[in-house]
Write a new protein. Sequence first.
Length: 85
Amino acid sequence: MENKRLYRSSREQMIAGVCAGLAEYFAIDPTLVRLIFVILALMGGPGILIYIVLWIVMPEGPTAVGEVSPTVAPEAKVEPSEIED
């Protein structure tokens, strides 16, 4: 049996990666999960509250080797010859 873990997605995130992480875990389309959260929120349901709680509780998923996390900007190197006075 495969040992699956529930993580927030760092690759397909829109806000915090909660919906994409749930979609990866259940092997469904992230758009469907996002749509469910929007419908719950608009119908007076607990959609926003559930999303915020999952954002806090779910750990961020591991990034692939060589992949840059979208929350961390790569540092730009500027050579002294490129700086104009």
